[in-house]
Write a protein that binds this ligand. Structure first.
Ligand code: PLP
Length: 399
C-alpha cells in the first residue's frame, strides 16, 4: 500500500479511458474518441520538413535545450497565426505548451489553491474536470441556454463563489459541438470583468468550421486583453502527436505559466516546435486544413443523415457547424452508461454523457464523434445504435 498525495489519491481513471482501450479493436466502430482521421494527418509533409531541419545548419540547436517560452522561430509565426485570426498578441503574450491539455493544467497551477471554485459549463471537457480535481478545486457547473451560458445562473454563481476562473469551450464545444453567440460571449466577458474572474477560452476546434457564420473568439472580444486567456492547439488541425499548442493572455499571466512549465518539462521538444513553425511559414496549414475540413464535413453530413434515417424520434441530437462531435439526448428515463456495454458488445462505442457534467448528472446524454470513421462505418454504426435505443424505448413503452 502506497501513501499517495491528496492531489491524486481520489483521482481514478475515467470510464472513458477504459472505453478508449476497447476501441483499439479493429472490428469496433468507434464514435468514442476525439481523434483526427488518420488520413488527415500530414505525414509526408512533416517528414519532409523534419528531415530538412535535421540535415540543415541549425540541426544541433534543435537537439539542444532551449527557452521555456518557446522557440523564437515558432513564437514569431504564432504572432502571425493569431493575428490572422483577429487576435493581437506579442511574443510576451504567448507561451508554447505541450498540447492544450498542458496549457489548462498550467493555468490551474498558476491560479488555483485547494478548495477554490472554478466555474465550468455544464457539461464541459471531461479532462478539464480531472485537472481541476488534481488541484483540489471545486468545479461548479453553470447552466446553458441555446445561446451559450445562462447569464443569470452565471451571475448568481460569480456573486456567490467569486471564482478566480471560468473555463469554457465556446466554439464547437467538446462534448456538445455547440457554439456560443457573439452577444453571449460579450455578456460573459462583461460579467467576468465585473467580478474579477479570468476566463479560460479553450479553442482547439474553432478552425474546423463546416458551415454557418464565423463568430469572433472571446479573446478577440476582450478589448482590455486582461480577462480572457486563450488556449489553442494544433492537435486537431495538424497532428496531436506533435503536442504543440499555445496559451495567449496578459503578459503577467503568461509569465506565471512559463514558470510553472519550467518545473514540468523545461520546454516543448524543439524539433516539434520547428516543424510547426515551418509548416505555418510555408503555407501548409491553410491548404491542408481546407482538405481536412472537406473530409470532416462529409463525415458530419453522413452522420446526421444516418441519424435522421435511423434514430427513433424520441432521441434528440444537435447539428453542429464544426468541430468533431454530435451531442445526443435519450429520453429522461434512459441511462447511456447502462446501455453502453450492450453497444460495445455490438461493436459500437460512444462516450456516456454524465462524465462531462461537473455534478455527474446528464445520465441520458451521450457524445458521438464523427471524425474518425468513414461514411460506410458511420452508417453501419448509427444503424446499430439506433436499433439498440429503439429496442430500449419499446421495452419501456410495453411495460
Ligand atoms: C476541449 C479540449 N481541450 C483541450 C484538449 C486537449 O488537446 P491537446 O492537448 O491535444 O491540444 C482537447 C482534446 O481533445 C479538447 O477536446
Amino acid at each position: 500500500m502506497y501513501s499517495f498525495s491528496d492531489k491524486l489519491k481520489n483521482l481514478n481513471g475515467t470510464a472513458t479511458r477504459e472505453i478508449l482501450k476497447l476501441t483499439a479493436r479493429p472490428d469496433m466502430i468507434s464514435f468514442a474518441g476525439g481523434m483526427p482521421a488518420a488520413e488527415c494527418l500530414p505525414c509526408d509533409t512533416i517528414a519532409e520538413i523534419a528531415s530538412e531541419i535535421l540535415s540543415g545548419k541549425n540541426a544541433a540547436s534543435v537537439l539542444q535545450y532551449g527557452q521555456t517560452e518557446g522557440r523564437p522561430e515558432l513564437n514569431a509565426e504564432l504572432v502571425g497565426y493569431l493575428s490572422s485570426a483577429g487576435i493581437t498578441a506579442d511574443v510576451e503574450n504567448i507561451q508554447v505548451v505541450s498540447g492544450g491539455q498542458q496549457g489548462l493544467d498550467l493555468l490551474c497551477k498558476a491560479f488555483i489553491n485547494k478548495g477554490d471554485v472554478i466555474l465550468v459549463e455544464n457539461p464541459t471537457y471531461l479532462a478539464f474536470l480531472q485537472i481541476a480535481k488534481t488541484y483540489e478545486a471545486r468545479a461548479i457547473g453553470v447552466d446553458t441556454t441555446a445561446d451559450g451560458l445562462d447569464l443569470n445562473d452565471l451571475e448568481i454563481k460569480l456573486k456567490k463563489h467569486r471564482p478566480k476562473l471560468l473555463y469554457v469551450v465556446p466554439t464547437f464545444s467538446n462534448p456538445t459541438g455547440k457554439t456560443y453567440t457573439r452577444e453571449n460571449r460579450e455578456s460573459i466577458i462583461a460579467l467576468c470583468k465585473t467580478y474579477g474572474t479570468v476566463i479560460i477560452e479553450d479553442d482547439p476546434y474553432g478552425r474546423l468550421r463546416y458551415g454557418g457564420e464565423l463568430v469572433p473568439t472571446m479573446k478577440q472580444l476582450d478589448k482590455s486583453g486582461e480577462t480572457v486567456v486563450y488556449v489553442t492547439s494544433f492537435s486537431k488541425t495538424v497532428a496531436p502527436g506533435l503536442r504543440i499548442a499555445l496559451c495567449c493572455g496578459a503578459a503577467e499571466i503568461i509569465r506565471k505559466v512559463s514558470i510553472g512549465k519550467q518545473g514540468v518539462d523545461v520546454q516543448n521538444p524543439a524539433l516539434c516546435q520547428m516543424v510547426i513553425a515551418e509548416y505555418l511559414k510555408r503555407g501548409y496549414f491553410e491548404k491542408t486544413l481546407e482538405k481536412n475540413i472537406a473530409v470532416y464535413r462529409a463525415r458530419r453530413d453522413a452522420f446526421l443523415a444516418a441519424l435522421d434515417k435511423y434514430m427513433p424520434k424520441d432521441v434528440k441530437y444537435n447539428r453542429p457547424e464544426g468541430g468533431l462531435f454530435i451531442w445526443a439526448e435519450l429520453p429522461e428515463y434512459m441511462d447511456s452508461a447502462e446501455i453502453l456495454p450492450e453497444a460495445l458488445e455490438k461493436s459500437v462505442a460512444y462516450i456516456q454523457g454524465n462524465e462531462f457534467f461537473a455534478d455527474g448528472s446528464g445520465r441520458n446524454t451521450l457524445r458521438l464523434n464523427f471524425s474518425n470513421s468513414n461514411e460506410a462505418r458511420i452508417e453501419a454504426g448509427v444503424k446499430i445504435l439506433s436499433e439498440l435505443f429503439a429496442t430500449k424505448i419499446k421495452e419501456r413503452n410495453n411495460g
